[in-house]
Design a protein around this ligand. Structure first.
Ligand SMILES: Cc1cc2nc3c(=O)[nH]c(=O)nc-3n(C[C@H](O)[C@H](O)[C@H](O)COP(=O)(O)O)c2cc1C
Length: 230
């Protein structure tokens, strides 16, 4: 039984009840052993609809530092693509087939990539002091599917990357880190909170501290991955 869930308050068959009764021990059984691994991999998701914009540029700086450390990387564009939010149907807790029942957008492809990778970076622009819609849909649906399937992302490393014009980035950073925190993941930080400042596409390149933060983030991610898998 999950800590803090009210005993018996949720009606049978409700999502709250299904989650409440989910055996916590399943988390421990989920750790993958990848004997055939061709090397460690980090997948990054760009939640900005502006391809080539500030979020993507920040992500690329972090990924290039990872590549220099011998980590394989992939950048996946999700911003600007049609996506549905979580409908709270609870089907993922019934089927437990590592998929969301909504199968006509990018989320299931992302879940596969997240489950396969050793680490992930969720990048988002700051929209009204929170993540973009696409990022939130990925968090909610990939989060539920991961939990329903015994912890698909357990003991992987995760980092948030945030582009911001002026204010609200810390809330975005927190939203993303909450996803990692409830999924048994290890959150990676840097020499500043993982954000870069800029308004128009490319502005973040002028934020020297932001770029250094991204490069340090990539190096820190590589370091912890080697510690975990070394
Ligand atoms: C709908 C919308 C809401 C925004 N809200 C904020 C905000 O709350 N705080 C802020 O500093 N910038 C805000 N911005 C500016 C973006 O966060 C900023 O331009 C960022 O660099 C965009 O990243 P991108 O180039 O990857 O799209 C907003 C932009 C849009 C389009």
């Amino acid at each position: 039984m999950l800590q803090g869930a009210g005993r018996g308050a949720e009606p049978p068959g409700s999502v709250a009840r299904i989650i409440r009764d989910h055996p916590a021990a399943a988390w421990v059984n989920s750790i993958w052993v990848r004997a055939d691994s061709p090397g460690m991999k980090v997948v990054a998701f760009n939640g900005s609809p502006r391809k080539g914009g500030n979020t993507e540029r920040l992500l690329r700086h972090a990924l290039s530092a990872l590549k220099e450390e011998g980590i394989r990387t992939e950048l996946v564009q999700i911003g600007g693509k049609k996506v549905h939010g979580c409908t709270a149907c609870g089907k993922c807790y019934e089927t437990r087939d590592r998929k969301c029942v909504i199968d006509n957008d990018f989320v299931n492809g992302c879940i596969e990539k997240m489950a396969e990778a050793d680490g992930m970076i969720l990048g988002s622009p700051t929209y009204f002091a929170d993540v973009s819609t696409e990022t939130k849909a990925l968090i909610d649906r990939a989060g539920f599917v991961g939990m329903a399937n015994g912890g698909l992302y357990a003991r992987k490393v995760g980092a948030a990357v945030v582009a911001v014009r002026r204010a609200g980035a810390i809330h975005v950073f927190d939203t993303i880190n909450h996803f990692f925190g409830i999924n048994c993941m290890f959150t990676v930080g840097s020499s500043y909170w993982n954000l870069g400042i800029g308004m128009n596409p490319g502005d973040v390149e002028q934020d020297g501290e932001g770029i250094r933060t991204m490069r340090n983030l990539g190096a820190n991610m590589a370091w912890i991955l080697r510690k975990i898998h070394g």
